[in-house]
Design a protein around this ligand. Structure first.
Ligand code: SAM
Length: 261
């Protein structure tokens, strides 16, 4: 998701499919490492919220085994991959559909909350969905340093518009930075966190999650009058040029446990 709150126009479906695959390939290894470190086990009941392509849900399904269960939800299921029978895939809008309380040993969401204006209410719903002793893991971006890096024009203008959320007023591009405070406010125990950046290159998952989002966003950035259509095409050519490399956004993960009663 780049500029749309949700809903992918037909002509952008294949770009979005590739983008979600690239996002997953770039970020799944860290997600899996964190989940292993908190002791994800057979029999756990998990909720993957905003599952996208469903790669984390599929992996969770294998890890929790037939006695465990995974609820894999997204407002848009068209990109979700097939999964084991212990993974229930459901269309669900976290902002308005009912959420069970005290139902899960683990709730995970990645790259979703920063896009939702209701993020503060939603994180409380995720928290309330945990059983005492259950874990919440939230991964989100922090785009301030990403927006400020030195880049060639006209890509720099396109990049800044996207990275600061200038084309989407509902987005909080720095929600990752606010996460640890939210966990503190929730009263989470055993809070831990990590964050990282990486080199972004065309043709690699670490770059394409953003360059494909840009491909989708350029018509809207042109429409907003920030660059001309020609400059938009030049910007795309700049990031696709052989040898071009830039720094990624900061990806922050915070996790904590609901105190056992
Ligand atoms: C940037 S993608 C991240 C996908 C996946 N979590 C990942 O990291 O690979 C954001 C996802 O959030 C979903 N989403 C957006 N608004 C939602 C809502 N209100 N309820 C549930 N899912 C939502 C989108 O459909 C999309 O799949």
């Amino acid at each position: 998701m780049a500029d749309d709150r949700y809903g992918v126009p037909d002509e952008e479906v294949e770009i979005e499919r590739s983008r979600l695959e690239m996002l997953a390939e770039a970020r799944d290894p860290r997600t899996r490492r964190i989940l292993d470190s908190i002791g994800l086990s057979l029999g756990w009941r998990c909720w993957e919220m905003g599952a996208g392509g469903g790669t984390v849900s599929a992996w969770l399904g294998k890890r929790v085994g037939p006695d465990g269960a995974v609820w894999s939800t997204d407002i848009d299921l068209q990109f979700h991959r097939p999964v084991l029978p212990n993974v229930v895939v459901e269309q669900h809008d976290v902002t308005s559909d009912p959420v069970p309380e005290s139902a899960f040993d683990l709730v995970h969401t990645r790259a979703v909350l920063q896009h939702l204006p209701e993020r503060d209410q939603v994180i409380e719903k995720l928290w309330n969905a945990l059983v005492p002793g259950g874990w919440l893991l939230v991964e989100d971006g922090a785009f301030a340093s990403f927006a400020e890096q030195t880049l060639p024009e006209p890509y720099a203008t396109v990049h800044r518009a996207m990275a600061t959320g200038a084309t989407a007023e509902w987005r909080d591009p720095n929600f990752g930075v606010r996460l640890s405070g939210r966990f503190r406010d929730l009263g989470a125990a055993d809070i831990d966190m990590t964050g990282n950046v990486w080199a972004m290159r065309s043709g690699e998952p670490g770059g394409e999650w953003w360059f494909l989002a840009m491909e989708r966003a350029i018509p809207r950035i042109v429409q907003a009058g920030l660059v001309t259509a020609e400059e938009g095409q030049t910007a795309l050519a700049q990031v696709r040029a052989p040898g071009f490399v830039m720094m990624s956004s900061l990806s922050i993960a915070v996790w904590g446990r609901k105190p056992a009663k």
